[in-house]
Design a protein around this ligand. Sequence first.
Ligand SMILES: NC(=O)c1ccc[n+]([C@@H]2O[C@H](COP(=O)([O-])OP(=O)(O)OC[C@H]3O[C@@H](n4cnc5c(N)ncnc54)[C@H](OP(=O)(O)O)[C@@H]3O)[C@@H](O)[C@H]2O)c1
Length: 260
Amino acid sequence: MSNPTVNSDTPSTLPTDYQPPADALADKIILVTGAGDGIGRTAAMTYAAYGATVILLGRTLSKLELVYDAIEAAGHKQPAIYPMNLEGATEKDYRDMCNTLHDEFGRLDGILHNASILGDRTGIRNYAADTWQRVMQINVNAPFMMTQALLPLLEKPEHAAIVFTGSSVGRHGRAYWGAYAASKAATENMMQTLADELEEITTIRVNSINPGATRTAMRAVAYPAENPSELKTPEDHMPLYVYLMGQDSLKITGQCFNAQ
Ligand SMILES: NC(=O)c1ccc[n+]([C@@H]2O[C@H](COP(=O)([O-])OP(=O)(O)OC[C@H]3O[C@@H](n4cnc5c(N)ncnc54)[C@H](OP(=O)(O)O)[C@@H]3O)[C@@H](O)[C@H]2O)c1
């Protein structure tokens, strides 16, 4: 397989024929945020299908339990559930999380920062400040605090991977996307900053994925008049989601990937 583009200012794409090997994530411990629905749900189930032990993090326990049951029913490695509402989580919660995961697993091979909220689709002039802060807390501050707290666990394996989730409106702002667009721009920049810092001193790689228009609940809220059957599904993006966690991407860091 040829390597994707390695210029961090140009979004990279994966060759369309890439198929991960069946054991791509064997024995890996991977944390997925927002694992109860949408892309995160599919990513968690896919990571499990490729051999990972998946830690399912989200705010709605009943949804996480359904994903847990589906993974068990498919005969994959038993996952773990970590209920957490990123909106109210504090530094102490993330330190506790690090201790819990250390006691349970001893290390972390990957984090998929996937959970996000859309916030209001309204102009900056009228954007509610409390909504702005909520979006920033969940989409940017939470992944920052979580990554910082969990770095000691990510330094334990030989090759860990951190994957953030961007969006087209984070690459270039667009009217009425408010805090969501700003949060995704911040996310991509945080990814690049962290990748640059870690490149010289660790083997941890840090990248981001822009899924593009994808058939999920979030997309339906953002574009209520759209026909969802014309959109790509989360499953369509999974080769890229697996690639960035697996052995085929060991030398890739600081890259923004477009899933489409
Ligand atoms: N779908 C698209 O077209 C598209 C396009 C570009 C980028 N993205 C990005 O892709 C990622 C996944 O999006 P999606 O479309 O799959 O969204 P989704 O269907 O709305 O799923 C988002 C997930 O995040 C969880 N979440 C939200 N707030 C949380 C909080 N405070 N604490 C913990 N978990 C929380 C949700 O939990 P609940 O289920 O409990 O609400 C849900 O499981 C997001 O980062 C999104 O910005 C999506």
